[in-house]
Design a protein around this ligand. Structure first.
Ligand SMILES: [Zn+2]
Length: 317
């Protein structure tokens, strides 16, 4: 039995935000190609992502935000049928098409289904190859290519549905996970650890909003070796003290040195090392339970190699 799940759905390919947008369906093609070519796919339990129930999305989002996205989608579909343009713009770099709503529900649904399968003992851990990503989505708004905060929804779900006492969120995307912070700051059942390039989009995270947030800003051009030291000295002791019963990863790979979206200097070896350190914590405290959700990563080749390295560690390959 393969103990690492791989969740995705074709609906996640249908969401797109316009020609030349970096958060594009080709990202998932690059990941799938790489995992197939290297044989890693064979070691994974591939599962279809279901759609999330709205009641579960509400664990992290205001009803108004969910209703607004639904309403915007309905209006867009009507306009498209009347000959209008295929996208509706939410902010400067975030827009929806007719399939965004469904893709966003599949992305959150992947994280929820992975949580269920892991808690049922069917899987030890899982990677969700989904888009749209989630970690910029705040309680009451979409932003930064994100609509629903997949990781925050699943973390809250694990706490509520399975009565867990402590869950950890690890975010290694190049950008600060401001949405996750917005939703979980002050919730003592959740600990978020992250690093991110600063100053940089979304220009947050250098404050100390709550004791359960360990967000470490680092300057542009910080290299993997330096980040490993920061992780060893700052993340690991906090995670050890917290003793999470389950770990959720905001797995963004845009801190890769070949990714032009950011200016950090990580390689796929660094992502493998980080995953190994998280896995060690999970083995010691969390019965191995890890749900990892794709966030950023915009150079398709570097993204694909990084996901392969990450998933190899998850699956003990
Ligand atoms: Zn990012």
């Amino acid at each position: 039995m393969n103990k690492t799940g791989y969740y995705t759905h074709r609906d996640c390919w249908k969401h797109e935000m316009g020609h030349d947008h970096p958060e594009c369906p080709a990202r998932l093609d690059a990941i799938e190609d790489r995992l197939l070519m290297t044989g890693v796919s064979d070691a994974l339990d591939r599962r279809e992502a279901p759609t999330a129930a709205l009641a579960d999305v509400e664990l992290a989002h205001d009803r108004m935000h969910i209703a607004a996205l639904r309403g915007l989608t309905d209006r867009l579909v009507d306009e498209i049928q009347a000959g209008g343009p295929p996208h509706a713009q939410l902010d400067q770099d975030t827009s929806i098409n007719a399939f965004t709503w469904q893709a966003a529900l599949r992305s959150a649904g992947a994280a929820l289904a992975a949580t269920d399968a892991i808690m049922a003992g069917e899987l030890e851990n899982a990677f969700c190859a989904v888009r749209p990503p989630g970690h910029h989505a705040c309680r009451d708004k979409a932003m930064g290519f994100c609509f629903f905060n997949n990781v925050a929804i699943a973390a809250r779900y694990a706490l509520e549905r399975y009565r867990l006492q402590r869950v950890a969120i690890v975010d290694f995307d190049v950008h600060h996970g401001n949405g996750t912070e917005n939703i979980l700051a002050g919730d003592p059942r959740a600990l978020m650890v992250s690093f991110f390039q600063h100053p940089f989009y979304p220009y947050s995270g250098d404050q100390h909003p709550a004791d359960n947030m360990l967000n470490i800003p680092v300057p542009a051009y910080t290299r993997g070796m330096d980040l490993r030291e920061i992780i060893e000295m700052m993340w690991i002791p906090r995670l050890e003290a917290f003793k999470p019963e389950m770990i959720f990863i905001s797995a963004g790979f845009d801190a890769h040195r070949e990714d032009d979206m950011g200016q950090l200097g990580l390689t796929e070896q660094d992502f493998a090392w980080i995953t190994l350190r998280i896995k060690d914590i999970a083995r010691r405290f969390s019965k191995g339970r890890i749900v990892s959700c794709l966030e950023g990563g915009y150079n398709p080749a570097a993204l694909a190699r990084s996901v392969e390295a990450h998933v190899r560690v998850l699956a003990d390959l």
